[in-house]
Design a protein around this ligand. Sequence first.
Ligand SMILES: [Cu+2]
Length: 261
Amino acid sequence: MGDALRVLILWLVLTALGEAMVFQLPFPPAMAVEAQVVDEAFRYLWIIGTPVFAFVLSILLYSLLRFRVAGDPPEDGPPVFGHAPGSLAWLVVTSLLALSLAVQPGLQGLLQLSFPLPSPVIAFCQALGFRLPPTVEGPLIVQVQARQWSWTFNYPQYQIQSKDRLVLPLGRPVRFELTSEDVLHSFWIPAFRMKMDAVPGYTTSLTLTPSEPGRTDIEPTLRVQCAELCGTGHSRMEATVEVVSSDQFAAWVDQQRQKQK
Ligand SMILES: [Cu+2]
């Protein structure tokens, strides 16, 4: 059996092992529509990247074992010069893969995440035949104020405020408008995957749509966690999250209004 055939077999075996692992990855639950988009993109990158990584690894492993010189060689082996067809094939295949990833899940993913894209990019995506997400009518707006080391959530549509406790209705898009009172913080709900910096003197925004009901004490990844080192209390800069039905949300809003009167 020739060397190339052995490398080919090793490549196929390593690729099969790597691909089998894709479905064993222990992801935390994806509890927002956007979290599913991010997880799909991650799986897709893994699926595409595995054969490339396995290819490099099989040649490396095979060369190390097969062409190893016994004992201590007195001098270096002869130099190896390029292999033009091989280099060209490698360049073309990996460049095409990278370009295809920039489009899907890159651009396509950004569109699904209702990310603010410049209009020429949107026109380009439409020309490619991408489905644009429906424009979000009346999202729930939550103004998030971060500080060392706590979170305040304002609901301007309901004129209520909540400290270190974020309550969200299920299935309704939420536009978070973030700012910070002191240093850089980062607003992150691991179960929702997406993350956005909170910057002093500046407002950033992030739209997320909770897709599963839940509470922090039952699912710890459903919590707000600061994800930007912001001082000694950084790791404890958390807030609880509750995703409830729209009726429960309305009841909570009424309750908060009564309290704040
Ligand atoms: Cu912080």
